[in-house]
Design a protein around this ligand. Structure first.
Ligand code: NAP
Length: 260
């Protein structure tokens, strides 16, 4: 199926590795011109080499966890192109339970998970509305639907972010702009490997033990692969997905138990 987005300009956050990189690769495969953001030029150069046409991939070095970094990202993206497709994604917050993290950790999570997305939408959505076409896809987490023990910051801020995205979707729906999010579960990326190592440290158990226990709880008995997430992002960003807006789409291999 041709997703109808050849030539569109897509800006993807946190895209030197993992889910962001997979989203960028899926969009590039559909003929989009892509700009990828990360804190590290070296990581971005390594990521570019994973595309069939590395020179066509525009790297943007910026720290999306800070207000100044988001401004720097916006400035560089404006010099690059008019963004048609905005994929919001950045590193996950540190793990921790309800009473384990200090106020600063909560403020930083608000900055990198919520304010980052709000600032990007404030800047890139108005021109999309003026052009009567645009796509915003935000990578969040299954914690939005079912809070996960030891991930209080993800539970709290991503649920709040999803409420923001739902409101925004309705505000811009009449102008051909859709706003959706994707909820990953257990994709085997660096981030997920770190979560496994954290469990190994706190529980004193081996990697094999921790991994086997996780897999026994996953309905598909496997980790998902980043390209599976990339495919969902590409569809939501596509010209075919006109009827989907304000949705928080699980892509978690059936891990969620709730029906809604
Ligand atoms: N993997 C999963 O199954 C899963 C499940 C639920 C939620 N999530 C969430 O989905 C997001 C992506 O996860 P992932 O597994 O792909 O993570 P990952 O493998 O750690 O990759 C994160 C990417 O974001 C970049 N990044 C991190 N902090 C950044 C910052 N402050 N500014 C700009 N770029 C930044 C990293 O690049 P540099 O290091 O080069 O900056 C890297 O390219 C995270 O928020 C994660 O919590 C993932």
């Amino acid at each position: 199926m041709d997703l109808g987005i050849r030539g569109k300009k897509a800006l993807i956050g946190g895209a030197s590795k993992g889910l962001g990189l997979a989203a960028a690769q899926a969009l590039a495969a559909e003929g989009c011109e892509v700009a990828i953001v990360s804190r590290s030029r070296e990581n971005l150069e390594a990521a570019r080499r994973k595309f069939p046409s590395p020179q066509a991939v525009h790297p943007i070095v910026a720290d999306l966890a800070t207000s100044d970094g988001v401004d720097a990202c916006i400035r560089q993206a404006d010099l690059w192109a008019s963004v048609d497709i905005l994929v919001n994604n950045t590193g996950g917050p540190p793990p921790g339970r309800s009473m384990q993290l200090d106020d600063d950790a909560w403020r930083r999570a608000n900055e990198s998970l919520v304010l980052y997305v709000k600032k990007m939408c404030d800047h890139f959505v108005p021109p999309m509305r003026a052009r009567k076409w645009g796509r915003v896809v935000t990578i969040t987490s299954l914690t939005v639907r079912e809070p996960v023990e030891n991930l209080v910051l993800s539970n709290v801020y991503r649920a709040g972010l999803t409420a923001y995205l739902k409101g925004l979707a309705r505000e811009v729906a009449a102008d051909g702009v859709t706003v959706n999010s994707v909820l990953p579960g257990a994709y085997l990326t660096e981030r997920y490997a770190q979560l496994i190592e954290g469990t190994m440290r706190t529980s004193g158990r081996s990697r094999e033990d921790v991994t086997a226990e996780l897999l026994s709880r996953f309905p598909q008995s496997r980790f998902q692969q980043p390209e599976e997430l990339g495919a969902v992002v590409a569809f939501l960003a596509s010209a075919k997905a006109t009827a989907v807006t304000g949705a928080a789409v699980p892509a978690e291999g059936g891990m969620l138990r709730g029906m809604w």
